[in-house]
Design a protein around this ligand. Structure first.
Ligand code: ADP
Ligand code: MG
Length: 565
C-alpha cells in the first residue's frame, strides 16, 4: 500500500502512460490488490484490478458455498453486494473520459456463473474495472489516491466481507437458487417441460427493463386440472402450473398475457434473483425459442422437412443464404435447435412467419401443393414430439388450426391460465387423423456440419485476437460482427463476450477434430464448466458469464462468409 502511494505521488501530472508503472500487486490490511492491466488512455477500456481476501478474513460460513450450485449463487450475491457498495461509496467522474468510474459485472435478473467474483476454500476474489483519473491526458495522482485508498477499501469492506452483508439475504439468495436448480431437474421426472408456481409475477416493467412490474401485476394461479405440487429442498411444497410434455397451445385474446407467459418460459432456463417474480418458474434446460429472423445468414442447414422445391431448384437440404426470409429463417432455427438436442421449442405467433405456421383450406385449394414449397409447422409439430421427443409450447391466438395437434390448450383470460383442452378438442372434432404424419419425408436432425477452422480466426489487423461486445446483442469477433439481437435467450453482455471467447477456444482446440460443430462446442463448454471461465482468457478479467450451448451455437450459425464442411 505504501509502495502504491509512493508510485502514485511520483507520477503526478505526468503523461497518462506513466500509470503503466502501477501494474503489480499491493498488500492492504484486509486484502491484496492486484492491478492487472492499465488502460492506455482515459477514454480506453478502464483498467482492470482484482481484489483478493483470504476466506478466513471474508468469513463466509461454509454451508453457503459447500456445493457447486451454492458457490455460484454466493459468488453472484457477492458481486451484487459489491455493485451496491460501489454505487454507494464511489464518487465517479474524476476527470477526462472514464476517470473515476468503478464497475463490476454483476448481471441483471438472472443468476449466472460469472468470473466477476471467484470463491474457493482459500479466498474470495473480485474483479473490478477502474477508470484511472486524468486531466486531459495527464495523471491525477491525488484523485487516484482517493480511489485507491479511500473508496476501494470502503467498497471491499462493505461489499465483500461477510460480516458487513445481510446474512438473511445471502442465505435466501443461495437457497432460492438451489431450489430453482432442483425444480428444473425435477421437471423431467414429473413428465413436464415447464412449471410456473402460483404467485409468480411474469410481467416486466417495460420492454427494456427486466425487473418485475410493480403496479397492477396479477400473480399467476394454476387451474386445478394443470396444478402440480413439487417439494423443493428449501421452500418446501409449492403448487403451480405444470406444462406437460407434448404440444401445448397458449390461446387467448390480444393483450391477455400470452407473450408474457412465453417470455417467462424462455427465461425459465436460467435462475433468477429472489424478488424477480420468476424464481419459481422453470423450463426444461434445453428449451429454445425459435422465431423468424429475416435477413440472417444460414449455413448448410437441411430445412427440407419444412421447405422444399424452392423456385429455380435451390437446394434446401444444404440451405445456405446470406439473407434468409421469414419462413426459411424459422425453419433453420428449428433444425439448428434440434442439432443442439433441444427437447422443447418455444414459438410465439408474434415473432413467427405466418406462411410457416399455417396454410388454410382456401389457400390450399388455390395454390397447388406442388407449387407451395412450405410444409407448415402445423404438419410437423406432432412428428417432432412423437418421433423426436421434442415438445412445443406455442402461442397462437389467431388460428384454431392447431387445436387438432395440441395435447394441452391453455387460454389466458386477463392474465390467468384456464385449461380449455376439452373445448378445443371438441371444436377440432376428428381432424387429428387428417394430419399427414409420415406422409412426407421424415424429419432428420443435422449432425455433422462444421465450419472451417481457419475461417474462425479471431485476429484483426495486427491483433492476434480481437473479441468484444457492443452491448449484449452484437458480438465482435475478429473481422466479424455477429448480430444476436434475435437470439432471445441470450440475456447478459457477459454471455455475449464468453460466446466470443468460446468460439475462439473451439477454433483453437476443437475445430480440427473430425467432429460436428455442436459436439465441438459442447466439449469446449464442458471444459469451461469444469475449469471455470478464466481458462478462456489470456489475462485476468471479470466480465464473462456462462452461456448455454444453444446461444453459443446460434452465434456461429449466424456468422457470415464461413466455409462449411
Ligand atoms: P398478448 O401476447 O396476449 O397479446 P402480452 O403478453 O403482450 O399479451 O401482454 C400484454 C400486456 O399485459 C403487457 O403490457 C404485459 O406487461 C401485461 N401483462 C401480462 N401479464 C400480466 C399480469 N399477470 N399482470 C399484469 N399485467 C400483465
Ligand atoms: Mg403476444
Amino acid at each position: 500500500m505504501r509502495r502504491l502511494k509512493q508510485l502514485l505521488s511520483g507520477i503526478d501530472r505526468q503523461s497518462y502512460q506513466a500509470y503503466k508503472t502501477l501494474k503489480g500487486v499491493y498488500r492492504y490490511p484486509d486484502f491484496t490488490l492486484s492491478i492487472d492491466h492499465v488502460q492506455g488512455d482515459p477514454f480506453a477500456e478502464p483498467s482492470r484490478i482484482s481484489v483478493r481476501m483470504p476466506m478466513q478474513q471474508a468469513g463466509y460460513p461454509k454451508q453457503l458455498w459447500a456445493t457447486p450450485v451454492r458457490r455460484v449463487a454466493l459468488e453472484d450475491f457477492v458481486a451484487r453486494a459489491l455493485r451496491t457498495a460501489i454505487r454507494e461509496r464511489v464518487r465517479g467522474g474524476r476527470g477526462t473520459g472514464k476517470s473515476g468510474l468503478v464497475e463490476i459485472c454483476a448481471g441483471g435478473q438472472q443468476v449466472l456463473r460469472r468470473n466477476a467474483v471467484i470463491l474457493n476454500a482459500n479466498a474470495v476474489e473480485a474483479r473490478l474495472t477502474m477508470g484511472l483519473p486524468a486531466a486531459g491526458r495527464r495523471v491525477l495522482s491525488q484523485e487516484a489516491a482517493e480511489m485507491f485508498f479511500r473508496e476501494l477499501p470502503a467498497v471491499v469492506a462493505h461489499g465483500m466481507a461477510y460480516r458487513q452483508l445481510s446474512p438473511q439475504a445471502a442465505e435466501l439468495h443461495v437457497k432460492s437458487v438451489e431450489d430453482q436448480v432442483y425444480l428444473r431437474q425435477w421437471l423431467d421426472s414429473a413428465g413436464l417441460v415447464a412449471f410456473l408456481a402460483d404467485g409468480s409475477i411474469l410481467p416486466r416493467r417495460s420492454g427494456i427493463d427486466d425487473r418485475p412490474l410493480t403496479e397492477g401485476a396479477l400473480p399467476l394461479r394454476a387451474p386445478e386440472s394443470l396444478a402440480r405440487t413439487v417439494k423443493l429442498p428449501n421452500a418446501g411444497s409449492v403448487r403451480g402450473m405444470g406444462v406437460p410434455r407434448g404440444v401445448t397451445l397458449v390461446v387467448g385474446g390480444g393483450f391477455h398475457g400470452k407473450s408474457t407467459l412465453l417470455h417467462a418460459l424462455e427465461r425459465g432456463v436460467y435462475d433468477h434473483v429472489p424478488g424477480d417474480g420468476r424464481e419459481q418458474v422453470a423450463t426444461s434446460p434445453s428449451a429454445m425459442k425459435v422465431r423468424a429472423e429475416d435477413g440472417r445468414a444460414v449455413s448448410r442447414v437441411d430445412i427440407s422437412p419444412f421447405i422444399d422445391r424452392l423456385p429455380l431448384g435451390r437446394d434446401t437440404q444444404r440451405f445456405t443464404t446470406d439473407n434468409a426470409s421469414g419462413s426459411t429463417s424459422q425453419a433453420a432455427a428449428i433444425m439448428e435447435a434440434m442439432e443442439c438436442g433441444t427437447q422443447l421449442l418455444l414459438v410465439d405467433e408474434d415473432t413467427s412467419a405466418t406462411n410457416f405456421m399455417i396454410r388454410d383450406h382456401r389457400m390450399q385449394s388455390l395454390v397447388a401443393k406442388e407449387k407451395e414449397p412450405i410444409t407448415p409447422f402445423l404438419h410437423r409439430i406432432r412428428e417432432l414430439f412423437e418421433r423426436h421427443g421434442v415438445s412445443t409450447v406455442l402461442v397462437m391466438g389467431g388460428s384454431g388450426d392447431y387445436f387438432e395437434a395440441a395435447d394441452t390448450v391453455v387460454m389466458l383470460d386477463t392474465y390467468q391460465p384456464v385449461d380449455v383442452t376439452r373445448e378445443a378438442r371438441r371444436l377440432a372434432g376428428n381432424d387429428l387423423q387428417r394430419l399427414p404424419l409420415g406422409t412426407v419425408a421424415g424429419l432428420k436432425p443435422i449432425t455433422t456440419r462444421r465450419p472451417r477452422r481457419s475461417d474462425l480466426n479471431a485476429g484483426y489487423g495486427r491483433r492476434e485476437v480481437k473479441i468484444g461486445a457492443r452491448g449484449q446483442s452484437a458480438l465482435l469477433y475478429g473481422k466479424h460482427t455477429i448480430e444476436l439481437s434475435k437470439v432471445e435467450q441470450l440475456v447478459d453482455v457477459g454471455q455475449t463476450r464468453a460466446v466470443g471467447w468460446l468460439i475462439h477456444y473451439y477454433a483453437k482446440h476443437g475445430a480440427q477434430q473430425p467432429i460436428s460443430l455442436v459436439a465441438g462446442l459442447r466439449s469446449a463448454l464442458s471444459e469451461v464448466e469444469d475449469r471455470g471461465l478464466d481458462i478462456l482468457l489470456p489475462w485476468t478479467a471479470g466480465n464473462l458469464a456462462m452461456p448455454r450451448l444453444h446461444e453459443l451455437a446460434a452465434a456461429v450459425n449466424r456468422m457470415r462468409g464461413l466455409q462449411w464442411d
